[in-house]
Design a protein around this ligand. Structure first.
Ligand code: G6P
Length: 613
């Protein structure tokens, strides 16, 4: 979703801005733009230059005129919320005198009201966006002898909504003012130059020293440093932190796509999620960030997991793990639904928010709703210091490394591993025996190699995916532990290949979806070698009897009578099998999308982190 970059220093801003925007492309967008302050000449004062287009960053780069010079600049990738994707609606937006330029992530909720007032005062709007309101509003508060930051503070006091913004002023080219409220802004500290962005991935090529703004904070960024302050002009001191993710994590590293790279990074990601957290002596897990001691954990009677998209499905696997290992009722629900239904918050329920980015607005709002009602929330989050991580009372960081591709793979797997650790810890506080604890500890340790084994089947999976890719649609089935696997498998296929995919519990087949089965609608079936094996095989028989094609993902080969094709995956302990059964489905979706010529890393209409309602 929308991205912001900003540069101030001795060099020309636009090459950095364009590169930074390219790094943010993965978040999903439909238009892009830049503004720089062109320095004063002997005959003309400093002035703003703006270039913006509907389309990709490459289209913007082609449109930027050769004479687009200036060492102070801002850039943006827009994901339309107010108004269609168009050149006019792309950011930056300016006031009528082209003195102020603004890029904005988030939503101004009282934009209509502000727009009416500004129009009555003479502002002429040139776009349908809520952001343009900010440009006019800041300009209206800008006095000739005043400071840009004072005008920005005064304007933001009138704004209801969420924002991350970066503001330029043609008459004060020695600074960029940024502000954050609900949409991230991070400053990057360079040598006699400074950067800002909505996401560290835009900055890591230039600096590892960063400062995350808090909600309600602003900063004046100059080439030689920065000052952070509150909306009431109170200075706050922020110490820089060092980004520890490898720069290489932000490249495709020789893979055709980020998605393929991230699928192949899973053994390492799982190792990092587990690192230092397994306790062989007591057959349990150490989770230092929970901020809950054993006594407090014992008082928990229920676990409610909240997340969106793949995070919600990972939560379903997590709920299953917690129920099985700790025997505590656990349930996963879309955070996007939960926040709107006036949820009952119980004192003895532990709420767990799941988010790769830590920015998903629906999940953040759900966390805030739980906290407002006095509930306790843990975060299972990949991005350190993100909004959701900060809002939670404690949690588990995944340490999966940056995930760039829109569709989640390694963060999904690491989330399930994090839940396995939580369930183990919980279980060992309750009635999980030391022997069962040891069984889970050694199964967790074996996962990275087992994932490697599955990844070796890449070529075989690619062949199968190509054979199934032109289907009208696909059915994914699984039973109990296998059902969340089917749901995530269907999600992955539909989001990146656009092939319609539907997940059903195998037990429900004959209660409706069996009517759909035909040679045109193949089924991908989870067939783990567990206590439900016979029941799953019966379901396959029912499908084959109706001429349905079947691709089985199983622990033991399923013969041609029941399945047309079979992918055999290594067996873990039954509680952890879902995690491994999911891996071939990621490769299946990837290769189906490639076979259909899709934009794998940036599927249409989707964004990596959905930072609006
Ligand atoms: C978006 C993405 C999904 C992702 C979901 C949750 O909808 O398209 O792929 O699963 O957000 O993202 P999060 O960062 O909160 O895990």
């Amino acid at each position: 979703m929308c991205g912001i970059v900003a540069y101030i220093g001795p060099k020309d801003a636009s090459p950095f801005l364009l590169e930074g925007l390219q790094r943010l492309e993965y978040r999903g967008y439909d238009s892009a733009g830049l503004a720089v302050v062109a320095p004063a000449t002997r005959t003309a004062p400093a002035r703003l230059k703006v270039c913006k287009v509907k389309g990709r960053v490459a289209d913007l780069a082609a449109a930027v005129p050769a004479r687009f010079k200036g060492g102070t600049g801002i850039g943006h990738t827009r994901w339309a919320t107010h108004g269609v994707p168009s050149d006019a609606n792309a950011h930056p937006h300016t006031d009528n005198e082209d003195r102020i330029a603004v890029v904005h992530n988030g939503i101004v909720e009282n934009a209509d009201e502000l727009r009416a007032k500004l129009t009555a005062d003479g502002a002429v709007f040139r776009s349908e966006t809520d952001t343009e309101v900010l440009a006019h509003l800041i300009a209206a508060h800008r006095t000739d002898d005043g400071e840009l930051e004072d005008a920005v503070r005064a304007a933001l006091k009138l704004v209801v909504g969420t924002y991350g913004i970066a503001v330029l002023d043609a008459e004060q080219p020695d600074r960029i003012v940024v502000a954050r409220n609900g949409s991230p802004i991070v400053l990057g500290i360079g040598e006699k130059e400074m950067f800002a962005a909505s996401d560290v991935s835009a900055l890591v090529r230039y600096t590892r020293q960063v400062v995350h703004l808090e909600d309600g904070e602003l900063a004046t960024v100059r080439a030689d440093g920065f000052r952070t302050f509150t909306e009431d002009a109170r200075t706050v001191t922020r110490q820089p932190s060092t980004v520890d993710w490898e720069i290489g994590s932000y490249d495709t590293g020789g893979y055709a796509h980020y998605l393929l790279k991230e699928i192949h990074e899973q053994p390492g990601a799982v190792e990092r999620t587990l690192s230092g957290r397994l306790d062989e002596r007591f057959a349990t897990a150490h989770l230092g960030g929970l901020n809950l001691d054993a006594r407090e954990l014992r008082e928990i009677r229920r676990v409610k997991i909240l997340g969106c998209g793949s995070a919600y499905y990972a939560g379903e696997m997590g709920a299953q793990l917690i129920e099985e290992l700790a025997r505590i009722p656990a349930h996963s629900e879309p955070a996007s639904e939960f926040r709107y239904r006036n949820p009952v918050i119980e004192a003895d329920t532990l709420y767990v928010a799941v988010s790769q980015s830590g920015e998903t607005y629906d999940t953040l709002a759900a966390v805030q709703e739980v906290k407002r009602k006095g509930g306790r929330v843990l975060g299972v989050v990949n991005t350190v210091g993100s909004a959701i991580a900060r809002e939670c009372d404690g949690g588990i960081y995944l340490h999966a490394g940056p995930e760039i591709s829109v569709a989640s793979t390694k963060a999904f797997t690491s989330t399930v591993v994090a839940f396995a650790l939580l369930a183990l810890h919980f279980g060992r506080i309750h009635d999980l025996s030391p022997a069962d604890g040891r069984r889970i500890v050694s199964a967790l340790k074996a996962l990275p190699d087992q994932i490697r084994e599955i990844l070796e089947q890449d070529a075989e999976i690619a062949r199968l995916a190509a054979a199934y890719a032109d289907s009208q649609g696909m059915m994914f089935i699984g039973r109990v532990r296998g059902y969340p696997v089917a749901r995530e498998g269907a999600q992955k296929l539909k989001e990146i290949s656009y092939v319609h995919a539907e997940a059903y519990p195998a037990s429900e087949l004959k209660h409706g979806p069996l009517a759909l089965i035909s040679p045109e609608l193949p089924t991908v079936a989870m067939v783990p070698d567990d206590e439900l094996l016979d029941k799953n095989l019966t379901a396959l028989g029912e499908i084959k009897a109706r001429e349905g094609r079947v691709l089985a993902v199983a622990h033991r080969p399923v013969g041609p009578r029941l399945a047309d094709h079979c992918l055999v995956v290594p067996k873990s302990e039954p509680e952890l099998d879902p995690l491994l059964l999911n891996i071939p489905l990621q490769l299946f979706a990837y290769h189906a999308a490639v076979a259909l010529g899709r934009d794998v890393d940036k599927p249409r209409n989707l964004a990596k982190s959905v930072t609006v309602e």
